[in-house]
Design a protein around this ligand. Structure first.
Ligand SMILES: Nc1nc2c(c(=O)[nH]1)N[C@H]1C(S)=C(S)[C@@H](COP(=O)(O)O)O[C@H]1N2
Ligand SMILES: [Mo]
Length: 600
């Protein structure tokens, strides 16, 4: 739709091509209300002076409304481990088990592997880059998680339906926002730690991801072009009985000695294989499963494998990596420490101190980077923002070329609850307008257009009705489906006729942002003609409520929720957003270092 004939709305200001002054007059009363953000992050005034608030020990939902404190797993796990050791010790000396272990000694050394032993230096380098990048990925990943500290299986995110939370129950306040719900982390655990720092955490996470992917791609290529793959890919089904032998021997404290230079034992082999060929790809796929642009485009996969399932899988994959690292490091340290370090850090098979020396240098680099990451982020948030954007921007652009089409969701998909977010309007001006049913509301559209206009709600209602049932993706991690009714942005474009120089469309809100100053956001003009870009005045067949953006809000389903300006006051067509507000493309871009495109 969008090209349907429509009645011409009145133009109360009489502005238009004959009256070019109107555009600049409107402009002049908007720009002064904007407030640029800071180039240094001050934790004291951060995010509208949001006070620090930590999470709680993880609670796992059991049944409808019982919550299990995950800390109990520590004593329970300890008892289970002791029991397992006792059982394994009992089994170990049974004749049948002895015979089994003799037949499957725990390590399978194929002739090919035996002919090509060794761990080349490139494996050592890759191993180092991997652990270096993983440190940022973990810290920022946990930070992203705690910005909406709940995990669900369904896309609805209904309070009480989460399967895991590290935050109290959702309070009964009907306007409780996701920002209020976020929790912070110690500054040396999370990256950057402070509450609601998801914008910066995402640059660390996604930026490091891109480098980690490059490292992984090089690893795969070298692995298969050199034959080194045989060291971490099982080539015989014998790996399973062998792994059982290894497990029994570890648990019965009769640890096998393996020569990792030639071949890993079967249990190691399996865990390495799963980590490299299952967990890593799953991390990437489940990560991409949270992207609004990709999910909207590939609804055949994002419907069954919805964002919250992807988010939960992403979290579980992280737990896999964590337990892997914990056990891996434990064994490296407790079994032939020097020899292991020589293998991985010096590409030599002896127990000299060379590997230890290189390892120590590597460790210093890691520790310095770890300690510096948060202070660096506070001092140079714009660098983090710019470098992060440079790393993931190209991928983002790629995804945005996939034009989103409506029709993926129907009434039966509508979520019973849609979270609220953002800073609500509290001006007397807004209250007055709201009390009179927005009779005096005027949407002003100006800037680089042939026909600037002012539209009342009735004007908007008299335009062709556009409806879409779509999923909302908040950058903090929650989601939900709603039906939106209003005017397609294409209809608006046809009405005001943007000039060729107009490349960005800025939406100003009636509300302020959390640090004061008008909330606004800029959108690439080509996305305004997408099928799923619209101004909504209805939600789920009722007029938009106060909390969700009355009287008018934007929808652009290729982008994250923060770009969907609520309580829209006016729309300005500009050549570039660099001279609007702080110049970064929107309120959150200026104040919280988000990206002006954020479709992943
Ligand atoms: N004016 C304004 N619009 C805003 C915000 C805001 O703070 N101010 N928050 C954004 C964010 S972060 C999200 S996720 C969505 C939330 O929309 P909802 O509250 O209707 O679910 O609104 C967006 N629009
Ligand atoms: Mo959001």
């Amino acid at each position: 739709m969008g090209n349907v004939d429509r009645p011409a709305p009145d133009r109360p200001t009489g502005s238009g091509p004959d009256n070019p002054g109107a555009g600049s007059r409107l402009l002049s009363d908007h720009r002064p209300r904007l407030q640029p953000g800071d180039d240094i992050l001050d934790p004291g005034t951060w995010a509208g002076r949001i006070p620090h608030r930590g999470g709680i020990a993880p609670r796992l939902r059991v049944g409808r409304d019982r919550w299990f404190n995950v800390l109990w797993l520590l004593p329970i796990g300890f008892v289970l481990l002791i029991t397992a050791v006792a059982v394994a010790k009992g089994l170990h000396d049974m004749p049948a088990i002895q015979e089994f272990m003799a037949r499957h000694p725990g390590t399978h050394v194929s002739p090919e592997v035996e002919a090509h032993p060794g761990i080349p230096a490139w494996v050592g380098w890759q191993h180092f880059f991997n652990l270096f990048l993983m440190m940022f990925i973990f810290r920022s990943g946990i930070q992203i998680f705690v910005d909406h500290p709940r995990l669900y299986f369904r896309r609805d995110c209904t309070p009480g339906k989460e399967w895991l939370r590290v935050q109290h129950r959702v309070p009964s306040d009907p306007l409780w926002t996701a920002k209020q719900d976020s929790v912070g982390l110690p500054r040396q655990v999370g990256l950057p730690g402070i509450r609601h720092s998801i914008g910066l955490a995402r640059w660390w996470h996604l930026g490091a991801d891109v480098l980690w992917l490059v490292n992984g791609a090089v690893f795969y290529v070298l692995l298969f072009s050199t034959g080194q793959w045989r060291h971490i890919v099982p080539t015989s089904w014998d790996v399973f009985p062998n792994a059982i032998t290894v497990l029994i021997r570890y648990l019965s404290l009769d640890w096998p000695t393996t020569n990792g230079w030639v071949a890993y034992n079967s249990l190691q082999l399996l865990t390495y294989f799963v980590t490299v060929f299952v967990a890593a790809p799953l991390a990437i796929l489940s990560g991409l499963g949270m992207s609004p642009a990709l999910s909207t485009r590939f609804s055949w996969i994002s419907k069954p494998l919805n964002i919250q399932l992807a988010r939960s899988i992403h979290f579980l994959v992280m737990l896999w990596f964590l337990q892997f690292i914990l056990i891996h490091v434990t064994f490296v340290v407790t079994t032939e420490f020097l020899r292991n370090l020589d293998h991985m850090f010096a590409a030599r098979d002896d127990d000299s101190w060379i590997g230890f020396g290189v390892f120590s240098l590597a460790l210093i680099v890691v520790v310095v980077a770890w300690v510096a990451a948060t202070p660096f982020t506070f001092r140079h948030p714009r660098i983090v923002q710019r470098v992060g954007y440079a790393l993931i921007g190209p991928f983002q652009r790629l995804f945005e070329y996939t034009d989103a089409r409506p029709g993926a969701y129907t009434d039966s998909d509508i979520s019973p609850y849609l979270w609220h977010n953002g800073t609500f309007p509290d001006s007397a001006e807004y209250e007055q307008m709201s009390e009179s049913g927005f009779r005096d509301y005027r949407l002003r559209i100006f800037g680089l257009v042939a026909d600037p206009v002012e539209l009342s709600l009735d004007d908007l209602r008299s335009m062709p009705y556009h409806e879409q049932t779509t999923q909302h993706f908040c950058i903090q991690g929650w989601s939900g489906v709603a039906k939106w009714g209003g005017v397609s942005m294409q209809t608006i474009l046809d009405l005001v006729r943007p000039l060729p120089e107009a490349k960005w469309v800025v939406f100003y809100s009636l509300a302020e942002g959390s640090d004061g100053g008008t909330y606004y956001d800029a959108h690439a003009i080509e996305q305004m003609s997408h099928h799923l870009s619209m101004l909504a005045y209805d939600m789920n067949d009722a007029p938009l409520t106060y909390g969700h953006g009355a009287p008018l809000r934007l929808r652009n389903e290729l982008q994250h929720g923060f770009k969907h300006v609520k309580w829209v006051a006016s729309i300005e067509f500009v050549h570039h957003f660099s001279d609007v507000g702080g110049g970064h493309g929107g309120y959150n871009e200026d104040h919280e270092y988000y990206g002006y495109r954020q479709s992943i």
